[in-house]
Design a protein. Structure first.
Lengths: 214, 201
């Protein structure tokens, strides 16, 4: 398999058909976890990995799978992958697992993954399907990071706090204080802040789209 | 028969679905076997780290995870022993009187009934307000250290707003009130079972 990325698939996943901002899929984990950059990155990587694996496996098997039973099979495959991701995370990233723990099984119900299986992987060859998984995962991660960064700065005045949960001891001092003596804005950390933040980001993308057109 | 024709057959679909279930379970069992020991180690490390925070190292020379006793068949008490004698104990307390959901804490008590330390293990209180019960956010939880049922009377085991000695947080009284209450209950539990715990072989 040649490791060459199709720019169209990449652009589609990152911007044109960004699953979070354009398709508005997978909002439950998106809104619940995006209160810090590190939490966002953790869930983003787990989701991307799941997407690549599920797209690849489903694409390889696409000719074997009859139309009538495709959905239970997709869900079965996705659930297996997610459970394995959860086991791996629990074993080797336990601190991060403690934070993201309850959201990992929720990746199964993230409609982005079933959506890509149905829309793309079941109709395209593996070398394209894994790229789609990668691009869509990257787009979803980027959305999580943008929202997470925004909420963390506004909510706590800091960025990259608790990076050591993911990158180990050396990341203890990665934390950046953006505003000194900041008293915090609770709204940004609570769920309503996630909705408002998401709304603002979608608005921003629409403004950008208008700009590109003219 | 061609694959196209086969795909519409009920037998094929049933066998395929069954086959995938079998394959999936095999894969998961393999994953479970491969990670079981590592996960068990992680959980033990985590518990050990919590125990070390509430019982200082000079109080024991045994393995806290091994020396345990189950009281009322629900509370698991970790016994800190030095030279074979129980020097301090630690156990979990849970309260549901917080602002949202259960607050679980671990509490370490020496043999005289004095608090050595306590930490909140898990909670779902409001971030920025109620989460000051975490040691990472504020040192409020350390204000319990050294207190016991004998140095404070029952009326003092409350937040200041209720006439007690412990601080509440501005904007959040329910959370610290719940934690103070659960620590007080922990001390009561120790008092009731003190003889049973200290004479444990």
């Amino acid at each position: 398999m040649k490791l060459k990325l199709d720019p169209q698939i990449l652009k589609n996943g990152l911007y044109d058909n960004n699953q979070a901002f354009v398709a508005l899929l997978g909002l439950c984990p998106l809104l619940a976890v995006s209160n810090t950059v590190i939490n966002s990155l953790g869930l983003g990587i787990a989701t991307t990995f799941t997407l690549i694996a599920s797209n690849l496996i489903i694409s390889v098997l696409r000719n074997l799978i009859p139309n009538e039973i495709r959905l239970p099979l997709f869900v079965l495959i996705i659930a297996c992958i997610v459970t394995i991701v959860e086991l791996l995370m629990k074993a080797w990233f336990y601190e991060l697992y403690k934070i993201l723990g309850i959201f990992i099984p929720l990746i199964v119900t993230n409609c982005v993954i079933l959506g890509r299986a149905e829309m793309f992987a079941s109709k395209n060859p593996p070398e394209k399907a894994w790229q789609d998984g990668f691009a869509m995962g990257l787009g979803f991660t980027a959305a999580l990071l943008l929202l997470g960064g925004m909420r963390e700065i506004l909510g706590t005045g800091m960025l990259f706090s608790h990076a050591d949960l993911m990158f180990g001891e050396m990341a203890k001092n990665w934390q950046i204080t953006v505003f000194k003596n900041y008293s915090g804005m609770l709204l940004a950390i609570l769920p309503p802040g996630a909705f408002i933040g998401l709304g603002l980001l979608i608005a921003l993308q629409n403004v950008l789209n208008e700009k590109f057109k003219s | 028969m061609k694959l196209e024709q086969l795909r519409t057959k009920l037998t094929y679909q049933t066998l395929l679905l069954g086959g995938f279930c079998l394959l999936g379970s095999a894969l998961l069992s393999f994953g479970d076997v491969k990670t079981k020991d590592v996960i068990a180690t992680r959980l033990a490390e985590d518990l050990k780290a919590s125990l070390q925070q509430v019982i200082p190292a000079q109080y024991y020379d045994n393995d806290l995870l091994q020396d345990t006793v189950l009281i009322n068949s629900e509370t698991l008490v970790y016994l800190a022993k030095k030279d074979g004698k129980v020097n301090a104990v630690a156990f979990m307390v849970t309260t549901n009187s917080g602002y949202s959901g259960a607050i679980q804490s671990i509490i370490g008590i020496d043999k005289e009934g004095k608090i050595l330390g306590t930490r909140v293990i898990s909670h779902a209180e409001t971030p920025g307000l109620g989460d000051k019960i975490e040691e990472a956010k504020s040192d409020w939880i350390l204000s319990f250290n050294g207190h016991s049922l004998s140095d404070l009377v029952e009326a003092q085991w409350k937040v200041k707003k209720d006439g007690g000695v412990f601080d509440q947080f501005s904007g959040a009284t329910i959370t610290p009130r719940a934690v103070v209450g659960s620590v007080y209950q922990g001390l009561q539990f120790f008092k009731q079972h003190r003889d049973e715990l200290l004479t444990n072989p």
